[in-house]
Write a protein that binds this ligand. Sequence first.
Ligand code: PBG
Length: 334
Amino acid sequence: MRPIIPPFPTARPRRLRQSPGIRRMVRQNTLSVDDFIWPIFVRSGEGIEEPIPSMPGVIRRSVDKAVEAARDAHALGIPAMCIFPYTALEERTEDCAGAWDPENHANRAIRAIKQAVPDMVVMTDVALDTYNINGHDGFVENGEIVNDRSVEALVKMALSQADAGADIIGPSDMMDGRIAAIRQALESAGHQRVMIQSYAAKYASAFFGPFRDAVGASGALTGDKNTYQIDPGNSDEALRMIERDLNEGADMVMVKPGLPYLDICRRVKDTFGAPTFAYQVSGEFAMIQAAAQNGWVDGDKVMMESLMAFKRAGCDGILTYFAPAAARLLAAQQ
Ligand code: PBG
């Protein structure tokens, strides 16, 4: 594409910016509630809604409250939710058996939401960190995060989520070979319709900090995730991971974090044209909320501008903690 701009004053680019109507008419990208996947945190108990201090405005909910949240989200037109479990330190184990327990609170939430709001698309998280005593996404043996044994556990976890009624399995663990293994297991178990959204381009990021508080992993995590998540200096590697996961059977792919990695989103969309999602992660959310709470930025405007950035970068959708607030704002603008 080669844009043509004749010399001034033949060209006065400001002509196309002169009124709200014309700006709307020539706007290239739009944001809609259809673009949102809303991540929520579920925990044990009943009637519980507890704030997460490092994510102002985000709460952990017991399963009954998660169902209420799903009803509200559905009423707002939000098409999909992603379920993350909070697990206290004393509930975590070395064998991570809770991860594939059909009765763990994530699986109970999936079942309850699909029963109460069948139209809600429910996505999961596949990784051991929310059950692991050491906070890692795979098993740790002699200080090493082992791959193949972790994949076997991740397959069991994914199957338990599909059995609970999940629509989209979301492996966020970054082990090698897990997409093929999960796809094959889903096919064999009769879950042909269950989709996989691979966290294929997931970076070793400090922007996940508040999330680790939210799921109870911060205190647990020993060391870092640099041996399995992508180095922030790399760009081509993300493309190789996306290609691999699409070849292994991912129906859609994700780039994570979001805003600091929009260059990756654009490259992925242009290269593969697959359904491409970005995760506006906890740290991105927390920064905007903190600045807004201090009155340093206009929170609503920055939220909407940040979400639009993902559309401009080529994303088909966004996992964002802002989903309900943004949906409300979009509805009010109608
Ligand atoms: C865990 C997982 C993480 C996030 C989603 N799934 C954290 C991590 O890898 O440490 C981060 C989400 C966020 O920061 O909002 N497998």
